[in-house]
Design a protein around this ligand. Structure first.
Ligand SMILES: Cc1cc2nc3c(=O)[nH]c(=O)nc-3n(C[C@H](O)[C@H](O)[C@H](O)COP(=O)(O)OP(=O)(O)OC[C@H]3O[C@@H](n4cnc5c(N)ncnc54)[C@H](O)[C@@H]3O)c2cc1C
Length: 409
């Protein structure tokens, strides 16, 4: 096979595209990755990396490095904000026979991307091209071509397959005519990051969820440049409120104070506002074009599942492309990729992330009571807690995906 016939093109140098480049490139297959930024971004979005994902990243010490630069978080808590009651606490230790990593690692996604980039430097078959925007993708029976605008103008690049890992607004997905089915939440989510130590001052653990009929909150610790690290608090915003009122100092302090009253003003080091969607691409494969990560599916961040799902896509897709290109496996494997990963994106990630949101925001007193009672009962019963954590830790979805075969479809 000529180099071009084996070359993998990747649109997008977020964690998913970079991981695909590393997994495929370290097997000697030529990879060319394009990213429209001028270099790696200090993207503050994802941090929570679940046990199932850590198991996939254990090779070459990547999961270990993520734990080293991040924080190990074995437990998470549910709080009832109005009463201040700790409703339930879950310890991943109950998964000790299900995973090699019975804990979550809080590692900001730009750190994960940096760890992968360091590994990519040792892969001579991989080219990472920044300042390069993929504008279009076309294909024939034998090859796929990406039109890329870079520093020297618009250039066509051809390869065997193109991975669209270019995020939620994916050009590859749109230019391939693939619908992004689902909906957008009316409320935007605001993330306020502060050095205020919620553990020392209030006894919250590194991953704490707060149910509240007015406005829920998630509160997480990240290591940042620490110690001591930073705490990220996530809230829904009122769709009727303008961006200025949400984001100005008065609005930010009012939100923090209404949730976590304090005699002092909060120091806010970052404030970010996100439009949030629940969408899945109608297919993850059209011929030689494959979608992975946010290009293929997006969801609200409660439960921290988006990037985890994307990393699981990257591992599944890279493994199948390697088998096709190096071992002569049939291309039908790519249909299996679509079937496995799209099924769990819908059955698990969409369902679970929507259920997580509904549980935190419930207003009806009977529904709230039922939700919180259920959480108390699950936490008190080790086998029910294990079943619950198998889903939240994304082990159940990995097992479901691996159990899907084309023959059974
Ligand atoms: C507030 C918040 C918190 C979150 N927390 C978590 C969490 O704790 N755990 C979790 O699992 N997930 C979380 N997520 C989701 C997570 O951030 C995303 O799922 C993740 O970024 C997806 O990675 P990706 O590589 O697929 O896409 P991206 O990170 O979006 O990367 C896509 C890359 O492609 C580039 N690009 C775009 N278009 C083009 C083009 N045409 N040509 C070339 N390059 C292009 C972009 O510039 C970018 O570099 C969170 C999201 C939000 C908003």
């Amino acid at each position: 096979m000529s180099t071009e016939n084996r070359q993998i093109l990747i649109a997008g140098g977020g964690p998913v595209g970079l991981l695909c480049a590393w997994l495929i490139g370290r097997r000697g297959i030529p990879v060319r990755l394009f990213d429209n930024n001028s270099g790696p971004q200090a993207d503050p979005r994802a941090a929570t990396t679940h046990p199932a994902t850590l198991d996939l990243l254990a090779e070459d010490g990547l999961a270990e490095d993520m734990a080293r630069v991040g924080l190990v978080a074995p437990i998470f808590q549910f709080w009832d904000r109005p009463s201040g009651e700790l409703v339930a606490q879950f310890d991943h230790a109950v998964l000790k026979n299900d995973t090699r990593h019975p804990f979550v690692v809080q590692c900001e996604q730009f750190k994960t991307a940096k760890l992968i980039l360091e590994r990519l430097r040792k892969c001579p078959s991989v080219e990472v091209l920044f300042d390069c925007e993929v504008l279009d993708a076309t294909q024939t029976a034998d090859a796929v071509t990406a039109q890329v605008r870079g520093p020297s103008g618009i250039v066509s690049h051809s390869g065997a397959y193109l991975i669209g890992a270019d995020g939620g607004r994916s050009t590859v997905r749109r230019r391939s005519g693939i619908k992004f089915e689902g909906f957008t939440w009316p409320e935007r989510f605001i993330v306020l990051t502060t050095p205020y130590d919620f553990e020392a001052e209030r006894g919250y653990c590194y991953r704490s969820y707060f149910a509240d009929p007015g406005a829920w909150c998630n509160c997480f610790k990240v290591s940042a440049d620490g110690p001591p690290g930073l705490w990220r608090t996530v809230y829904p915003t009122d769709p009727a409120q303008g961006e200025d009122a949400i984001m100005d100092n008065a609005g930010v302090q009012a939100r923090m104070q209404s949730f976590f009253p304090s005699p002092e003003l909060y120091e806010i080091v970052h404030r970010n506002l996100y439009v949030t969607h629940q969408r899945v691409a109608e297919t993850f494969r059209t011929g030689r074009v494959l979608l992975a990560g946010d290009a293929a599916h997006v969801n609200n961040p409660i439960g921290g599942m988006g990037l985890n799902g994307g990393i699981q896509d990257a591992v599944s897709l890279s493994d199948k492309l390697i088998r096709i290109l190096l071992d002569g496996a049939p291309e039908r494997l790519l249909d299996l990729y679509d079937l496995q990963r799209r099924t769990v994106a819908i059955e698990f990630v969409q369902e679970q992330s929507i259920a997580n949101k509904k549980r935190l925001e419930a207003r009806d007193p009977d529904v709230r009571k039922r939700n919180l009672d259920e959480l108390r009962q699950i936490a008190a019963d080790p086998e029910r807690a294990r079943q619950f954590l198998l889903r939240t830790a994304m082990i159940a979805s990995q097992r479901r995906a691996e159990g899907i075969t084309l023959a059974r479809a």
